[in-house]
Write a protein of this length. Structure first.
Length: 94
C-alpha cells in the first residue's frame, strides 16, 4: 500500500509529516492499562509534530516523558482526521 503524502484534519486542512497538530480526541481503539491511562489522557489538547503518516492515512505523533535515572517512556497515537486539528506553528517554536 502506498504511503499518503498528506491527510486532512477535522477542519479539512492538509496535514503532512513535520506539521503540528493538536490532539482533539484520543482514538477509540486506544485502550491503555490503568497505569497508562493518565499518560495517554495527558496528550489530549496538546500539540505534537507529525512524525509519519501510516498506510491507513493516520498521522503518527509521540509524547516522551523523562523518568528517573536516565530512563524515558513514550506513547504514540495514530490520529484520524476527526482526532486532530492542524496548528500553525514555526519549526523554531518546538
Amino acid at each position: 500500500m502506498k504511503q499518503q503524502a498528506a491527510v486532512k484534519d477535522k477542519n479539512g486542512a492538509l496535514v503532512r509529516v513535520g506539521d503540528f497538530v493538536r490532539v482533539v480526541q484520543i482514538p477509540d481503539d486506544v485502550r491503555p492499562t490503568k497505569d497508562e491511562a493518565p499518560l495517554v489522557e495527558s496528550m489530549l489538547g496538546e500539540v505534537f509534530q507529525v512524525e509519519d503518516i501510516d498506510p491507513l492515512g493516520c498521522a503518527e505523533v509521540t509524547k516522551w516523558w523523562r523518568l528517573d535515572k536516565g530512563h524515558s517512556r513514550s506513547q504514540s497515537l495514530n490520529l484520524a482526521a476527526h482526532e486532530m486539528e492542524r496548528v500553525e506553528r514555526k519549526r523554531n517554536e518546538v
